[in-house]
Structure formats: structure tokens, C-alpha cells
Design a protein around this ligand. Structure first.
Ligand code: HEC
Length: 156
């Protein structure tokens, strides 16, 4: 009985620790699923950034309501990146552009997530002003935080 209790506590400790730090994929199937989910979050970020970039460049008609919608989504998605990149898939062969640094330099990676969180929050705020040139600048600011992470953590 005593042994069981100790084992249970040890397991609970290991589990709670892995919730904080990066987790390692346990099988190829697990790695594939985790990669798929991770790419889904980034794919959604891309689909929300597309129209913003188009508006900043004047290729799509400027629409403040749409800008706020996409900025809000990017901000919400930024809160999901840490969870959906937590599983380290680097020891399995998956089709990924993620560099191993995503898991090895977790603090730096999280700083990049925070940058995106803040730039998208800023865009949401600036969008309220209705000032087109300020809004375009803020969209550029969001783009920079995407690129800032890609430069360090994503294959070209
Ligand atoms: C904190 C780091 C980080 C931030 C911030 C970030 N990305 Fe990425 N992004 C990555 C990594 C890493 C990958 C590679 C994922 C993979 O292939 O497993 C990626 C992949 C992508 C992909 C390809 C997804 C796919 O289907 O394979 C797109 C599109 C993308 N990012 C767009 C964006 C946009 C747009 C932003 C900003 C709004 C952004 N990302 C912000 C790290 C980041």
C-alpha cells in the first residue's frame, strides 16, 4: 500500500512537470498527430494574416470591422501556440518545418509568442482609432512578429 502511494505521487509529479516543460512524443503516431495540430494553428494564423496583409498593401479594400476580427483571432490563436507546440516531435520523422530549437530553446520561443500576443493586441487597439496609416503600421508590426519567430524557429 505504501509503495503504491509513493509510485502514485511520483507519477503525479512527473505528469505535472511535463505540463510545464516540453513533452516528448511517445510514438510515431503521436508525433504525427501533434505535428498536424501544431501546423493547424499556424495555418489558421496564416489565413487570418493574409487579408490583413492584403489591406495593408491596398490590394484588398480596407475594412476596419474585418481588421478587428482578424486581429482578435490572431490574438486568440497566439494563446494556443504554447500548448500546440509543447509536444517535442523532433525524434520522429514527420513532415515539418519546425526546427528542433522550438523545444530546446523554450524560453526564447515563448518570448516570440508573447511578441505576437502583444502586436496583435496593439493592432486591435489601433484599429479602434480608424487612422488608416496607423492601422497599416500596426499590421506591419504583427507581420514582423510572425517573421521574427520564423527566422529563428522555422526552416526557410
Ligand atoms: C512563436 C513562433 C511563431 C510565431 C509567433 C509564428 N509562427 Fe508561423 N510557424 C512557426 C513554426 C515553428 C512553424 C513550422 C510548423 C511545422 O511545420 O511544424 C510555422 C509555420 C507556419 C505556417 C505553415 C503552416 C503549415 O501548414 O505547415 C504558416 C502559414 C505560418 N507559420 C504563418 C504564421 C503567421 C501569419 C504568423 C503571425 C501572425 C506566425 N506564423 C507566427 C513559428 C511561429
Amino acid at each position: 500500500m505504501k509503495l503504491i502511494t509513493k509510485t502514485t505521487i511520483a507519477c503525479a509529479l512527473v505528469l505535472s512537470m511535463s505540463a510545464v516543460n516540453a513533452d516528448t512524443a511517445k510514438s510515431e503516431k503521436h508525433a504525427k498527430k501533434a505535428t498536424e495540430l501544431r501546423q493547424s494553428v499556424f495555418s489558421l494564423l496564416g489565413s487570418n494574416m493574409g487579408p490583413l496583409g492584403g489591406m495593408a498593401k491596398g490590394k484588398i479594400e480596407f475594412n476596419e470591422k474585418a481588421i478587428k476580427k482578424h486581429a482578435r483571432r490572431i490574438n486568440q490563436l497566439s494563446h494556443m501556440i504554447a500548448d500546440y507546440t509543447r509536444t517535442d516531435t523532433s525524434s520522429f520523422k514527420t513532415k515539418t518545418d519546425a526546427l528542433d530549437k522550438v523545444w530546446k530553446q523554450r524560453a526564447e520561443f515563448k518570448k516570440r509568442i508573447k511578441d505576437l500576443n502583444q502586436s496583435s493586441k496593439n493592432l486591435l487597439m489601433v484599429a479602434e482609432s480608424g487612422d488608416q496609416s496607423a492601422i497599416k503600421k500596426a499590421i506591419g508590426g504583427v507581420g514582423k512578429t510572425c517573421g521574427g519567430c520564423h527566422d529563428n524557429f522555422k526552416k526557410d
